[in-house]
Design a protein around this ligand. Sequence first.
Ligand SMILES: [Ca+2]
Ligand SMILES: [Ca+2]
Length: 492
Amino acid sequence: MKKFLNYGLALLAVALASPVFVACDDDDDSDSGKYRLTVNLSYPEGVTRSEISDLQLVIAKDNVGDTIKLAENVSNYATKLKMGSYTVSAKGTLANAENAFIGGSQVIYLDKETELALPMAISYGKLQLSITAILPEGLSAENITNGKLTITDETNKDTTITLGNELSYTGEFERGDYNVAFEAEVNSDQAIKDVVLGYTSVTLLSSQDIQIQLTTKGGTSPLIFKEIFCAGGKAGYTQDTYFEIVNNSDEVQYLDQLVMLYGSAAQKAPNAWQANGVTDIYYQSQGSVVAFPGSGKDYPIQPGQSVVIANDATNHQEADPDGIHSDLSKADWEIYLEYSRMGDTDYEAPNLSPIFYNNAYMRAFALGFFNGAYILAKLPVTPEEYAADSTNYSTTPGTTSATLYMGIASKYVLDAVEAWDRDDAEHYPYFLPKDDAHAVWAPVGFEGKALRRKVAKIENGRVYYKDTNNSAEDFLTDQPQTPGIAPTAVDK
Ligand SMILES: [Ca+2]
Ligand SMILES: [Ca+2]
């Protein structure tokens, strides 16, 4: 129908430009060799002539024809024409709907008296939809960023509009039903930004202004641990451990300057900090805090992509054929503890480096085979700046020990996973519930088993992992080591 309209307009333009008149009386003023053509417009059910305005007819030969305006309540037209091929077109405007048209077109060959019933159909032009998002009280446009509007039509086709910190948008859309969703991040120094979001649906039959009331919600981390292997593949072999981090979001993320911290999950009661009221800063255990290098966007990680961080990026199967180890010689990264007095080898993989250590006799990061609290964090400053700030350290409260521990605040945590030793009778959580609501059982020590995050769904081959900030729900324990290998099935 759209084709017809364009064609009709083209005909109209041509007709205005070169008024070759073919509809009625010819030059010779004689009816000889002419045939009568009667056009009767045939409307779709439910449409009457009185609803149509500006009804026009064009009878064109060789793309040239006059525009005949049909008078009110007239639906037919008769003329006499020479034998030949004609395109008969009609169009009008529907009065009872915005930007709605009715029209039809047919080609005939006139070689006898003819009565044509020209079928007419309805077509619609686009309508204007204006959308305004209303922020929750206390927030203004300067407080938000990365605003995104998603408009989904009846066929589930999405149109995504990037709005930055704009709150309104106007576009042209076909008639129909739409779902409209708005989402933006709230500016803060938190590693996981809060989001404002809202949703509405609209049936677009005329141009409309709609509003979406937004509410605030805690965001989810784009980067999470997919697998943690810290249980060891054989007693006495300490450097086969690894972490795997996945980009569980739909946008590119960056590993630059992210830090990893390890805490002990062996506590049966509040630790010294918790007992002193410090519950939202997580202090490391003995050992190091390590960081990715980079200046901000040097190490992108694509949606769905994962990276393996080995303690030692070497083939541990070769090094110790008796244990249950992985070949980590192709690991994306390794943790290189240059300071270690136990010796650490700098293999080919690029390094995460310590930004602080309080025990030079640790051979590897996160030494603790039967339990552990693992943090992936994004700091508000560079790791070096963070490490240089003395307020980020504490000695153990209530003791005279001079040993310093680095702490990372809950708000900088991207992912926190706690694993408890199932043989311990008592446990006291290392994390606040908002970071990890419940620990998972750690794999049995020295049996080569890993913690692996559950698969929530698989779409077009892309694995999405479960992330409810509850390790007991999100992780499977005693899993085979699968560094860098995505599962192929959804987990219960
Ligand atoms: Ca190492
Ligand atoms: Ca290296």
